[in-house]
Design a protein around this ligand. Sequence first.
Ligand code: NAD
Ligand code: ZN
Ligand code: ZN
Length: 362
Amino acid sequence: MKALVYHGPGQKAWELVPDPMIENPNDAIVRISSSTICGTDLHILKGDVPEVTPGTVLGHEAVGIVVATGAAVTTLAEGDRVLVSCISSCGRCRFCKEARYGLCTGGGGWILGHTTDGVQAELARIPFADTSLYPVPEQLSDEQVLFLADILPTAYEVGVLNGNVTPGDTVAIVGAGPIGLAAILAAKLYTPGRIVALDLEPARLTQATRFGADTTIDNGHEDAIARMLELTDGLGADVAIEAVGVPATFELCTELVRPGGRIANVGVHGHPATLHLEKLWIKDITITTGLVDTNTTPRLLQLIVDGKLDPTLFATHRFELGETEAAYEVFANAGANDALKVVLSAHPVHLEPRAAKELLTA
Ligand SMILES: NC(=O)c1ccc[n+]([C@@H]2O[C@H](COP(=O)([O-])OP(=O)(O)OC[C@H]3O[C@@H](n4cnc5c(N)ncnc54)[C@H](O)[C@@H]3O)[C@@H](O)[C@H]2O)c1
Ligand SMILES: [Zn+2]
Ligand SMILES: [Zn+2]
């Protein structure tokens, strides 16, 4: 088969590799029909995730068809269409029993495209298949469910649920990339009074409005704290969701939030941020952090079935699987290409006017 193989910092190739085989009785082999690229894959390629060893197939988000199952797999069969999630669950450890799959100590957690071969490939071996794959209802397209593999449960669980978004709340979402935009969709399920999106990029703020933000703030050019106080009778936001992952935006969240408010950190941080306890101790602030567990995937899937959630808004570019390298070029320059998520499809796709080849030759 062919797959996108990591060859060390800055190096990757779409190349021939051996087909994956059933290695453990709870494995399934999935023929990938759609996959996508995550910002985390770009971090891996920069060398920021050293536990990914050269030779690993990247990718942790996909939809596909089960083509083989190990002897211990009981709930899936050849021909089943499934969502492959970024988080795998052994189903047996203490954390999996508490539905904290992200913390799995039994060999699951984030393993695909990390410590084992991933899903930017024609075929993938999925360990713990019964507890890690989600059957996809027939009436849903790949693009309707693909973003349930990572960004939607992340924004929903680590942003909206941890932040305890409640009807009427003013919700500040700092960062309007795929995660921040997914947080807008998820927050809207709770009828907040106002969603305020903050970003430095005008194109991302335009996207935020498209996804349902009521107000946008370009915090590179505007005084974000003054605007937030103006919007909330001098109090601040009820909930601030950090969806960037740099010290400045975490610290901004602590200034945007009202006394008694909640800060839900979603961003992955590479550097320490300053916690101004000398100002915050008296404000009754709740701060949460977390890795996605994906235990809300079935609930989010049901919302899509019921037409209450439309994640297809994220698909800005489409490529064939064999064009994965070109797709990385577009995604790595997301700003210039106004890209949110690129869809890699195993079937020949109708390329939209703004698609790959055109952008690359522009
Ligand atoms: N906790 C988890 O389980 C989890 C899972 C997936 C991703 N993440 C993290 O979530 C974060 C967001 O992911 P993404 O894919 O949307 O990233 P992204 O890089 O696509 O988007 C980040 C956005 O933040 C904006 N930004 C940058 N600096 C800013 C600033 N100072 N003020 C306001 N906006 C600023 C950028 O313009 C961009 O639009 C990342 O740190 C990612 O690693 C966390
Ligand atoms: Zn990811
Ligand atoms: Zn486990």
